[in-house]
Write a protein that binds this ligand. Structure first.
Ligand SMILES: NC(=O)C1=CN([C@@H]2O[C@H](COP(=O)(O)OP(=O)(O)OC[C@H]3O[C@@H](n4cnc5c(N)ncnc54)[C@H](O)[C@@H]3O)[C@@H](O)[C@H]2O)C=CC1
Ligand SMILES: O=C(O)C(=O)CO
Length: 320
């Protein structure tokens, strides 16, 4: 099908693999400079757009949709789509695509790295060495083993179960809590438990839920209070799942012995944020999917979703 009369606009810089896929098929308007498309330009593009390649964290809501009368497709270049008002899109017959699956291993690797860091303080050790304190390394204290400990995974979807696999390689027992029990959990070597049991019995907790109304602020003061003393906490899902102030207090008191976060609220996290004054936290800048291979695959799925939807074909991954 000739789609050259269809205009695809991109909200930010996109990967060459996506440009190569799209440029001969559609009329592509992409901003290949750093930062956001200037507002005037963006508003003009929205007027003409049949499809939107959503790169980065732009809010796609009724306000944006009103400026885009021809829009029929939004392709989010991530698995999470909490930046999109799904109801508003569907009310205007705008299809939404995302990129599940292709980023699972890259994200689970970072979660596993953070998990090890909460046990052993790798980043802390690096900073200690860098600050000329190698000889005083005993001051750092000892870490703990992953081996023979219980990992509680909250959100046992694609990424949660991939984190479990990595933890099992370190000899951890895995329990999980999910919206519903996974049929294949025995094959995955993981045991379904209630939210309360997970909090009470986990030595480590890894969070891999979607951000939705039921998970917003899920890890609040009460949740941290219900955890084991000295629990270690990793979040790679979305910052808004955690009450930042409650986590700060739990880390300060030692209730949470250490935390590893790839996502924060707010994002970006300012360099002078109170969380970063604590010695027992490692924060990475929402980079869990940031490998060359994974970002290429995410870009390609995003581009393929657009072409499929504009051709009236099923998308590779559609948000229902
Ligand atoms: N840090 C990063 O760069 C990345 C972060 N993510 C985040 O990770 C999330 C998960 O990704 P996938 O595993 O691919 O999605 P998925 O849809 O396979 O898994 C999410 C799981 O969360 C569960 N869930 C939802 N609400 C829940 C609740 N209230 N209680 C317990 N479980 C609940 C769902 O049942 C599902 O099993 C994404 O939505 C995204 O926000 C994803 C990729 C990269
Ligand atoms: O895919 C996602 O949801 C992300 O957070 C970006 O990799």
């Amino acid at each position: 099908m000739d789609l050259k009369d269809k205009t695809v606009i991109c909200s930010g810089k996109i990967r060459p693999v996506a440009i190569a896929y799209l440029q001969d098929k559609v009329t592509l308007k992409s901003w290949q400079q750093r930062g956001r498309v200037p507002e005037e330009q963006w508003n003009a593009w929205l007027q003409e757009a049949d499809a939107l390649y959503s790169a980065g964290n732009i809010r796609i809501d009724e306000k944006l949709l009103q400026k885009a009368p021809k829009l029929r497709v939004v392709a989010q270049s991530s698995v999470g789509y909490d930046n999109i008002d799904v109801e508003a899109c569907h009310a205007r017959s705008v299809k939404i695509g995302n990129t599940p699956g292709v980023l699972v291993n890259a994200v689970a690797d970072i979660a596993y790295g953070l998990l090890i860091d909460t046990a052993r303080g790798i980043v802390r050790g690096h900073l200690h060495t860098k600050n000329g304190l190698w000889g005083e390394r005993k001051a750092m204290g000892l870490g703990v083993d992953l081996y023979n400990k219980t990992l509680g995974v909250v959100g046992f979807g694609d990424i949660g179960s991939a984190i479990a696999k990595r933890a099992q390689a370190s000899g951890m027992r895995v329990i999980y809590h999910n919206r519903s029990r996974r049929l294949n959990d025995a094959a995955l070597g993981a045991r379904y438990v209630s939210w309360e049991e997970l909090l009470k019995t986990s030595d480590f907790i890894a969070v891999a839920v979607t951000l939705n109304p039921s998970t917003k602020g899920l890890f609040n003061e009460a949740a941290f209070a219900a955890m084991k003393d000295g629990v270690r906490f990793v979040n790679i899902s979305r910052g808004k799942v955690v009450d930042t102030d409650a986590l700060y207090e739990a880390l300060k008191s030692g209730k949470v012995a250490a935390a590893g976060l790839d996502v924060t609220e707010p994002e970006p996290l300012p360099g002078d944020h109170p969380l970063l004054t604590l010695p027992n936290i490692t924060v990475t800048p929402h980079m869990a999917s940031a490998t060359e291979e994974t970002r290429d695959e995410m870009a390609l799925v995003t581009a393929q979703n657009i072409v499929a939807a504009l051709s009236g074909q099923p998308m590779l991954a559609q948000v229902k």
